[in-house]
Write a protein that binds this ligand. Sequence first.
Ligand code: HEM
Length: 392
Amino acid sequence: MYASSRIDLFADAVLADPYPAYTRLRELGAVVRLDAHGVWALPRHAGVAAALRDPAGYTSERALALTDRINDLVLTDTVVGTDGAAHARLRRVLSRQLAPRAVKSLTAGLHAHARALVDTLPRGEVFDGVADLAAPFVSGTVMRLMGLPDRDRAHLLDLADATFDTFGPDNARTRAAYPRAEEMFAYLDRTATRDRVAPDSWLGAIHAAADRGDIDEAQAVPLMLSYTVAGMDTTIHAITAALHSLAAAPEQWAPVRDRVVPAEAVLAETLRLEAPIQWFGRRTTRDIRIGDTLVPAGDQLLLLYGSAGRDRDKWGPDADTFDLARTDSRDHLALGLGAHQCAGNHLATLELDAVLTALTRRFHTLAPGPDAPTRRPHNILRGWHKLPLTAA
Ligand code: HEM
């Protein structure tokens, strides 16, 4: 016998507020069969961490998304969808650009960019934390680092969001996203060519790796896709989730404003509470016993990062509360762990730091706007679609 549930994690109502479903799954067991999707769920912090620490037992290959179509068409030859030597070869291509020292060298430019955007925000009047701040800041940063033309920013943001949506089960939302994921490949294929991207950009570095023979020519576009998709909405959702929590809790905004709490700590607690990527899949490579259940080799599991961050066994009775005084937020799993741990975590921290620094220099208070923020249901990402705020 094993624990099972009929919860559809991709129903609109569940996506709007997945936390009651996650609580139920954590209560049911360390691993739960999801009848609606024909896969297992790992809802607890300990189970997700154990799977991430064992990439030999839990492969990412043909395992990340819920349909074969996307595992084969979109994820083949991506950093996130390969393992072992193939993964190391792909990950190495941009490791220098994303290392702490290289990211640190971007500090002045990113802070200036954030300051310029924050200077346009109206004092004491409503602005949208997504459209007026986080989205232009993050997408502008990524486009510049990639070496892509800024005029394509909004188009690429849309394509990146859709590409993530295709990771879902074979439902209407997934199918609606297919054409835009295909357009993402087509866009990179026709726009990110050798003659068009700057040689010192990320995409220039990917072409150089192909020219040296470090990667195959056919791997260049999937590798570009890895970074274009991974670096956009994830960070926009992280920044806006942080702003939402801080605006709702003036006593937590104050130490951030006074630079007592660093951006790194704000990011960790934000990601624990609201993982921008709610789950990724894995597949067992051997029979694995999880609690009392034997999961057979070849089965697929969803690693529920969003649920792991709310697990009371790990975080205590206040797991659902944003609390910058926590000392253990860094144990969150929302950036993954081990071999596939997020390659962009230093950049994401710097981006949040730039936004918070710019906001706290100009404004003393941050508060929710008069209208409630809104979300759009998404198969894998969780974040604000519109986030009305005021600052003075
Ligand atoms: C706060 C924002 C971000 C979040 C929440 C996030 C989340 C994640 C997660 C959960 C993984 C692990 C995948 C797995 O376990 O299979 C990951 C991997 C990855 N992330 Fe991020 N990410 C963020 C920002 C970024 C940025 C800014 C970039 C762009 C440079 C980026 C690039 C990547 C790449 C390339 C991988 C694959 C690493 C590998 O498989 O070796 N991420 N990210």
